[in-house]
Write a protein that binds this ligand. Structure first.
Ligand SMILES: NC(=O)c1ccc[n+]([C@@H]2O[C@H](COP(=O)([O-])OP(=O)(O)OC[C@H]3O[C@@H](n4cnc5c(N)ncnc54)[C@H](OP(=O)(O)O)[C@@H]3O)[C@@H](O)[C@H]2O)c1
Length: 272
């Protein structure tokens, strides 16, 4: 078992905006960090912070016990990990590249065959937030490896393990982002709607923000309606919710704005 208090040998593969922030957090945490980036100049920039630069991805991937991968997409991950899979036996790969849940599970298949402990991660932060109080990262997959390296991973932000299914972190990630985009879409549509009355999106933001913050606190109380629906008594009837959404839809139509957003909301919330 790895000593959590001791400095770890960690490699970071991919030094874009996010990979660079992750490498800096590891260096600041006192770890022995090897870095590699496809465009070498980005790696050289970390030497002053104490990083050792590998000349190939294979060299970086075999230089440490804990491998942090943060490249553009799933194809780039496979391009660099699969050819050296046989040399990664016994190591832990934490893939912080954004992927779909199925891509994460698919990586799990070659990792299992190669004897690699794979953890998939979803970063809920922008690079400037890494290591700061607001950042958190979702992890799923190899639970024992997560427990072993938790204190290292916490250098990036709060570490939230969401299950052994490798697809879980990606699924929570996209679900949280889905909530954000649904909110943004409703604000953009609402902004256009209030402007037809002489109002402004700025005034709407002022009024909508505290209301949405208050509504967000009700999500936990709503969760049993999805997790254990047979036991859940919903506070508002489907008829009430459908009528409220229809009113928004009608107001959008009356003001010459699109209505497709609300049809989708109604089908999701009341099933019709
Ligand atoms: N930035 C964010 O706010 C944020 C937040 C959450 C999650 N993420 C995720 O973090 C990952 C990296 O994002 P980023 O912001 O660092 O992006 P970025 O600044 O655009 O950097 C992309 C990185 O991927 C590398 N890359 C692309 N194709 C490659 C290939 N075929 N082989 C090897 N390396 C390749 C690039 O290398 P070169 O330097 O050679 O081009 C660069 O290091 C993405 O999956 C992203 O979704 C980012």
């Amino acid at each position: 078992m790895t000593n959590q208090a001791a400095a770890q040998r960690v490699s970071v593969i991919g030094l874009g905006a996010m990979g660079t922030a992750l490498a800096k957090a590891l260096l600041a945490g006192g770890h022995e960090v090897t870095v590699w980036n496809r465009t070498p100049a980005r790696a050289e920039a970390l030497v002053a912070d104490g990083a050792r630069v590998a000349t190939s991805s294979a060299e970086a991937l075999t230089a440490a016990d804990l491998l942090i991968v943060c490249v553009l997409d799933d194809a780039a991950v496979r391009e660099h990990l699969e050819p050296v899979a046989a040399r990664l036996r016994g190591r832990t790969v934490v893939n912080l590249t954004t992927t779909t849940p199925e891509q994460a599970r698919s990586s799990g298949r070659w990792a299992r065959a190669a004897g690699v402990e794979l953890i998939d991660g979803g970063i809920m932060a922008i690079p400037d937030m890494i290591g700061g109080p607001g950042a958190f990262v979702l992890y799923s997959g190899a639970g024992a490896a997560f427990a072993r390296y938790r204190s290292v991973l916490e250098l990036f932000g709060a570490a939230e393990f969401v299950g052994e299914d490798l697809g879980a972190a990606a699924m929570y990630d996209v679900s949280i982002l889905g909530g954000m985009y649904a909110m943004f879409a409703a604000f953009h549509q609402g902004g256009a709607m209030v402007r037809t009355t002489g109002g402004t999106a700025a005034r709407l933001a002022e009024l909508m923000t505290p209301f949405l913050q208050a509504m967000a606190t009700t999500l936990t109380a709503q969760a049993p309606g999805i997790d254990t629906p047979a036991e859940y008594v919903q506070p508002q009837s489907d008829e009430f919710t459908a009528a409220a959404i229809d009113l928004i839809d009608k107001s959008a139509a009356e003001s010459g704005n699109p209505t497709e957003l609300y049809g989708g909301l109604r089908r999701t919330l009341v099933g019709r």
